[in-house]
Ligand binder design. Structure first.
Ligand code: GTP
Ligand code: SPV
Ligand code: MN
Length: 598
């Protein structure tokens, strides 16, 4: 029988990378057991105490491989203009030549795993298939949890289904060109990293890192960077968004999607435990949403992932009890601290740290140490099915109809707790102009304010200005009454002493309630230059100690500082060489005028 495209591709990559052997993965429990045993045996995994954390493991990475590497991430479209000013562009043929050199013999002495996976429920009209080749068993196990790894995908591909080829190597061969074999390390990786995307041929090539979004190629690489280009071509949206269902005490259910930059609260909002009586929030997704116009004329969203790759620090019974419940078993922890009884710990898990820990680099740690025991970007990987608040709709092939879209960021100043946009165009302007203080989720200066439009700065696979136009087109193609309402939120505003003004976490249910009430027309709003704000008596503060003064601080819109923001937006738009959609210029003009009238 002639080989199909998948078999040919695997053979070609094997010929290039020269692994000792090839394993076709099936996502089974047997495969999980074999690979976890292998990783325990070679020291990559530490098995956690079976009584405290069954079937769970701790991995410690190389110190230089702890986060996404944005400056090593490339969009290799044929034309540089298609990558736009916010992406690193490389000419595709040149990059291919470079990559072939890097991948040549890169898997010598290692096993090459072939992982067929589906993003989205297999057979969903919104699902897309991929195959990741990787020489990292850690990656295979994380893919088990984060995607649907299944031989069914291989069958679909053999029957002609489209798929994304994704090749990954840690770039650390065990046999050199003289044939000498060396011992493996517990976290093999390469100092030189390349995370490359070829939108025209829908290919992904990732070299040198074994960590998170650099290596689990179904996630940011396929679902967002390649996904966004597929979405542009096919008329849908691939977004860095959580999805929730929120049910009011009266039993009215709404669905929200929310885009916040990395480490800015998506997992927490996705698993929110409301503090206000009678409300229920159900989890559909915590990081990525694929959104398409449905047969009902509404925007419908699926979570293409099957698990959570969540930030550990700050996660506790107080902040996110549902995440704590989710990670009780069958979880991979990366770069957290190890307790003396073989369990995990991170900053914020308990009020006081244990007297002794082994920190994320494997050294003894006591509370006297001035540096954290867990890396700030340490993570847990766990199946979504284990989440106590997971919605019955979470793997519905048709997705859920969105009632509202939220944009957020980490802003110590200026941005109020919640603002409603005037209309779709204004909502797109809000999304396009969001800025946020940088976090440890990517290499780079933590705390520095940067524009992160739609929380997609590191993830948009094409020209950001074209992406904004696409958002305008998709939304305006929906009948107005069926369009989701758009809001901007900010949980992170601080007072003059640097303390958060808003308690956040479960209390964010109050913002959810206000948004639901706006959708239902149950509350009024006051106009401000930046959008519609809550009226104090209609915003539920019952049971919270928030004074009139604090409320005003939380919602303050300062015209002078907003005039500065608007001026910065004007400068920012200039980066896009006249490519900005007219509607967004109009929005900026209107904002400037409204500010001038105050
Ligand atoms: P990625 O997985 O990187 O995309 O991150 P994320 O957007 O899912 O962020 P996550 O929910 O993991 O939160 C990141 C950090 O922000 C954690 O340390 C949380 O404890 C903290 N955080 C989340 N929500 C709130 C909030 O409402 N208020 C405050 N002050 N901190 C929050
Ligand atoms: C993010 O950085 O937005 C993440 C983690 O969700 S990673 O998978 O590394 O991209
Ligand atoms: Mn994310």
């Amino acid at each position: 029988m002639p080989k199909n495209r998948l078999e040919k591709w695997v053979a070609t990559i094997a010929k290039l990378t020269k692994p000792d052997n090839i394993v076709w993965c099936d996502g089974s429990a047997k495969e999980w057991d074999e690979l976890t045993q292998l990783l325990v045996a070679n020291g990559t995994f530490i098995k956690l105490n079976e009584d405290l954390r069954p079937n769970s493991y701790l991995a410690r990475t190389h110190r230089g491989d702890v986060a996404r590497v944005e400056d090593r991430t490339f969009i290799c479209s044929e034309h540089q203009a298609d990558a736009g000013p916010t992406n690193n562009w490389r000419e595709p043929n040149k990059m291919k030549v470079l990559l072939r050199g890097l991948f040549a013999g890169a898997m010598r002495g290692r096993t090459m795993y072939v992982v067929p996976f589906s993003m989205g429920p297999i057979d969903s009209p919104l699902a897309r298939y991929g195959v990741e080749i990787s020489d990292s068993p850690y990656v295979v196990l994380n893919m088990h949890l984060m995607t649907r790894v299944s031989p069914l995908v291989t069958e679909k591909i053999a029957a002609g289904a489209d798929w994304v080829p994704a090749i990954h190597s840690v770039g650390a061969p065990l046999v050199d060109f003289h044939g000498d074999r060396k011992a493996d390390t517990t976290w093999p990786c390469n100092a030189e990293k390349y995370i490359c995307h070829f939108p025209e041929t829908k290919e992904i090539w990732s070299f040198g890192s074994g960590y998170g979004g650099n290596a689990l190629l179904g996630k940011k690489c396929m679902s967002l960077r390649i996904g966004s280009t597929m979405a542009r071509d096919e008329g849908w949206l691939a977004e860095h968004m959580l999805i929730i269902g929120a049910t009011s005490p009266e039993g009215k259910k709404h669905h929200f999607a929310a885009a916040f930059p990395s480490a800015c609260g998506k997992t927490n909002l996705a698993m929110l435990q409301p503090t206000i009586p009678g409300w229920k929030v159900e989890t559909i997704g915590d990081d990525i949403a694929w959104i398409a116009p449905g047969a009902d004329g509404r925007l419908r969203a699926i979570n293409p992932e099957a698990g959570f790759f969540g930030v550990a620090p700050g996660t506790s019974m107080k902040t996110n009890a549902n995440a704590m419940e989710t990670i009780k078993s069958n979880t991979i922890f990366t770069n957290v601290a190890l307790t003396d009884d073989g369990d995990v710990w991170w900053e914020g898990l308990t009020d006081t740290p244990p007297d002794h820990l082994i920190d994320w680099v494997g050294d003894d740690w006591t509370p006297d140490n001035s540096f954290p025991a867990a890396h700030p970007n340490s993570r847990f990987t766990v199946s979504a099915a284990q989440c106590p608040t997971i919605s019955s709709e979470w793997d519905d092939p048709q997705g859920v109809a969105l009632d509202a879209i939220l944009f957020g960021g980490r802003r110590a100043t200026n941005v109020p707790l919640v603002v409603q946009s005037r209309d779709w165009q204004h909502g797109v302007f809000m999304g396009a102009t969001i800025s946020s203080e940088q976090t440890a989720a990517a290499e780079g200066p933590v705390g520095q304010l940067r524009r992160d439009p739609f929380a997609m700065l590191p993830f948009c696979g094409y020209n950001m200005a074209d992406y904004w136009q696409h958002w305008l087109d998709v939304g305006l193609g929906i009948e107005e009454s069926k369009r989701p309402k758009v809001f901007q939120v900010n949980w992170f505003r601080k007072d003059s002493e640097g303390k958060f003004l808003w308690p956040g976490f479960g209390e964010n249910s109050r913002v959810i309630e206000w948004i639901a009430n706006r959708i239902e027309g149950l509350v009024d709003a006051v106009d401000s230059p930046i959008g519609k704000l809550p009226i104090k008596k209609e915003f539920n503060l019952a049971g919270l100690k928030i004074s009139e003064k604090q409320f005003n601080q939380i919602f303050e819109v300062n015209p002078e500082s907003w005039a500065v923001e608007a001026e910065m937006t004007h400068k920012y738009f200039k980066n896009f060489d006249g490519n900005i959609p007219t509607e967004l210029h109009d929005q900026l003009w209107e904002l400037t005028n409204r500010l001038a009238k105050i």
